[in-house]
Structures are given as C-alpha cells and as structure tokens.
Write a protein that binds this ligand. Sequence first.
Ligand code: F6R
Length: 635
Amino acid sequence: MSMVDSFEKIPVKIFGSLEEGSRFIGKEIAHLIREKEARGEKTVLGLATGSSPKSLYAELVRLHREERLSFRNVITFNLDEYYPIDNDALQSYNRFMKEQLFDKVDIDPANCHIPNGQWEKEKIKQHCIAYEEMIEKAGGIDLQILGIGNNGHIGFNEPGSSIYSRTRLVPLDNSTRIANSHDFQNISQVPRLAITMGISTILKARRIVLMAWGQIKAPVLQKAVEGNVTEQIPASLLQQHNDCTFVTDEMAASELTRFKSPWLTGETAWTPAVIRKAVVNMALKLGKPILSLTNNDYNDSGLSDLLVEKGDAYEINLQVFYLLRDSITGWPGGKPNAHLPTHPERSEPFPKRVMIFSPHPDDDIISMGGTFMRLHDQGHDVHVAYQTSGNIAVTDEFVTRFLDFAVGFEVLSGIDSKKSSQILEQATSYLKTKKPSDIDTVEIRSIKGLIRRCEAKATCRYVGIPDENIHFMNLPFYETGTIEKKPMGEEDVQLTVDLLRKIKPQQIYCAGDLADPHGTHKVCLDVVFESLRRLKAAGDTWLNDCWLWLYKGAWQEWDISEIEMAIPMSPDQVRKKRFGIFIHQSQKDMVPFQGSDSREFWQRAEDRNANTANLYAQLGFTKYAAMEAFVRWHY
Ligand code: F6R
C-alpha cells in the first residue's frame, strides 16, 4: 500500500483537464460496449445529468460519429429527474439527455429509461418499483456514471439518505436547490422534489465511475475519498463498492492530502512554492505569525523533513516571510524611477499600456476595482475590454423600466422614427407575454446588453478612463440567450488577437478562473490564452515585454500562499470601489441566475478583500482595510 492509498480509500484518476478525463471514461465505455457486443450481449449504462457529464456525452457522440461506436445494443437508466417537471422544460433531465446524447447517437429510444417528472403523484411509488424491476430485468447496471453534489449527494440522494434506499421521491436539499438555481430564472422556480435511484440501486452496479471537475468540488471530493464512510456524505458510501473509480481534473483533486500536504504522502521536492504553502498553512492552522513558528511547530505539523533539508525553523520562517512581504505593493504597474528587484512588477516601461480583460461588464470593478483606480491614478494608459455583453443577467423589469424611459423620451423629444417605435413596441409586447422558459429575442438581448454597456461606461468614466480606451467585444460564444454558452470559437479568438495587436499592452489583467470548467469566465480566459499563443507563434515581439496577471473573477480568492501581488486598500479606497460597483444598477439587489451566494456583488467583493488583508495580518504583516490579489501567469 502506498502512502497515498493510506489516505485515499477510493482510487482517484486525475487528469489535466475535464476533456482528457472524459476521453478516458469514453474509452472505457466504448470498450465495454464493443466487448459485450462481440459476445452478443447488451450493455446497461447508468447515466447522470448536470454539468459534469456534458463533456463525456460530447465524447460519446464523437466516438459514435468518428469511430463508429454504435449504441444499438445499449440500454440506459438515468439516475434522476426533478419533480414535477414537464419533459420538455428547459431544465428537465429528459430533455437534457435527448439534447446531449440520445438524439445524436443511434440508440433505440425504447432502450432509454429516465424517471418521469410528469408521473402522477399517487402512482409514483409503483413507477419507482417498476423502475427497479426494469433495471433487474435488463441484467443490472454494468457501468454507472455519477457526478457529485457540493453536499456529497449522488443521484439526488441527499445527506442522510440510507445505504438501503431504492428509487423513490425525495425532497431536494436547500443547498442543492441553490446550487442548481443557475439553470432557473430564480430559486423559487427550482422544484422542491425529485425522483432518484437509491444508494442501494447505485451500489448494485457492477462498476461505478464518478466524475468531478473544478475547484468547487474539491472540498467534498476530499471528504468522500479520505473521510469516514457516512450517510452525511453519500458519495463516501462508495468506499464500500469494490469497483469504483473517481475521475477528476487537477482542480477537483486539489484538496486531497497528496496535493494539499504532499509531504505527508511521500517524498517532496521542497521548492520555494511548496515551502511557502506548507509554512503558510501551518501558521494559519496554529494561529501564529510566521516569524513565531518554532522547530516544535514544524515537527508537530509533519514538516520534520523540511527541517532536515533546510535547517532551522528561523531560516525557513524568514525565507517565507520575505516572499510574502515582497508581494505587497501599492504600485501595481511598477514603481517608476525605483530599483526594486524584488518588486512584483517592473518599474520600466513607465507609464505602461495596460489592458484589463473583464469577462462580464462589471468584473473589472468588482474583482480589481482598487487596482484599476490605482493604475489610472498612477498615470498608466489603462484600457478595458469587456469580453461579453452580460445580457442574460438583466431582469425583465429592468428592461421595462428602460423601455418606459425610451418611450417617454420619444414623446418628449418628438422623435418619431418608425424603426425605433417598432422596436419598442415589439420589445414591450414580447415581455408582456414572455414565459419563464422562453429565450429572449435578439432585440431584448441587445437592449439588455446596451443597459450593461452603459453601466460599464459609467464606471469607466467614474474611474477616469477615456471613452476610446473602452472596448466592447461582444464575443459571439456568449450570445445564446441562455445560461448554456457555446464553446470558444474562431471569431472570439480573432477579435481578441486584433484588439491585442492594436493596443500592444505591456501589462494584461485577466479573470483567472482556471477552476471554473463550465463558466463564461473560463471560456473568456481560454480565448485570451489562445490569442496570446497565436500572437507568439506569429512572432509578435511586443509580447516579450508584456506581463500577464490573473485576478480571480468569481468571488473566491487566490489561496493566500499563491498570491504574487497584493494591492492594499485604505478604507477610503474601499468606499470608492463600492460606489464604482453600485453603478451597475442592473446587478444590484437581485439578479437572474444568482447562484448559490445571496450576498450582493459589492458585499462579496468587500468580504473577500477584507479577508485577504486579515490573512496577511494573521501571518504577521501590517493590517490593511482590504487587499486585492493577483498571480502572474507565464505564457
Ligand atoms: C444528476 C445527478 C446529480 C449531479 C450532481 C452534480 O443526474 O444525479 O447527483 O451529478 O448534482 O451536478 P453537476 O454535475 O451539475 O455539478
């Protein structure tokens, strides 16, 4: 048994990306189907929905189209479905399966089984018994695919579900309703019930593969794999299955002991980054400033190896202390006329042409508003590129308010252009009859986009950025009108390449949500990475003098031990940033697709910036009101 196995009670296969992980599972499924087919047998697959299996289904469709994998001999049973829900509602799992897989391969629809959200309530028990019988009649499940909920659920078996549970109607945990609310206009529309296979149904499968992608799954994955077997974390019950594998990307695996504290699971290469991580985590855990850590603390925290290799605690403490100290600066664009070799940024050139990429029209001010203002105030030529229109996050009431204004304005000014009256009329009557599952028309989307553009412009004006430095990119991948976006496309990259070539920045800021495998931020980041790769390949030499800094665009922050540039903020700067965020009125109070955090954006930003400042203070540095944090990306 290796030291990793002594922590991990379920085998975990970790891949560089979810695409690679999905290819691995796709290969196993293809092999199983072909092998059984050769024996004249049918393959019975248990299938999941949600965001995790999407890339797997895309891979199965590819295998079907390009490698002639046939699903004629495949029978499927899905884990679950909301209740009640129309089969063709946008959020229904019946619809999801058709769109993602069944309609794109040669499976016989009669072989596809999914609990039905339209079953009559009185007959659900019978239907559930029949569902179990059908699985048995098909010979039992050969391979069950699973995702994992943030609360550890598998299927919709929420914490507390019995290991003996079978297919049944269940209430959804509030945390699940919140987590899944991003598929619905708002939380009140998320069904309260669901039909799900039971834990015993799942455990009866001959083989189980659970997928987990992204940072968001890291804490629960660690509990399921390394924690005790408990019904409070239903996925931990999989430790009792004899052929179960977890397939993850690096982000989802990041809380496992082998990554979190690699010195506990084997030989460690004590690079400065690893030392920094080990010492910072130890200091925070013990509640001690770095310079107060003793040899005993190192030994008690499992870091005796580090002492053996690097000597005394005092020396190591100093090394880490200096690294953190040198990450703090009030000069995000570099300090002009100063020779500071340990400063995170170069002093020259000064001033710098700076390009801030903002995935949505408010990420710049929310995630790096303090730095944004400093860069401008310190004389840099700051450009902002708003990558997407952000139109789906504007409520219909908000549009109506603007439509009313536009109508009033027309009357007031006597304008009577036919076209604008027509647009106004169409938009107003569309909104009056709009159903919750309707996708907005192109007009409504452009009005919503316009509202957000005006807000972004107002923020730039508030910071002092001239109009010609504001770039609205409207990347096409975003323009689907639904929460589901297209993948990065050629046009997205070309628009970005052109803009970068035009501005030739010496410093770029990007939302570095590497860990957000499904979201808009990740696509926006990929577009920039791909554009830089192409520019480099094309020999654009100005790139040699351009540094790329990543801010976290969502509300999480960089791990304190990773931060390479921390920009402190005074209470006044915090207030100024707050007012900058307030300008985004369409995003205040309540926004559609709010997700799992009920705090407003300015509150999330302030909590997060104050937290970074507190962590620095706990480690023994000056206590600032707030801090924004960045990591440099070497491309
Ligand atoms: C869906 C299902 C759920 C999901 C889980 C994770 O059929 O059974 O257990 O697998 O909620 O959802 P995502 O993949 O959307 O994070």
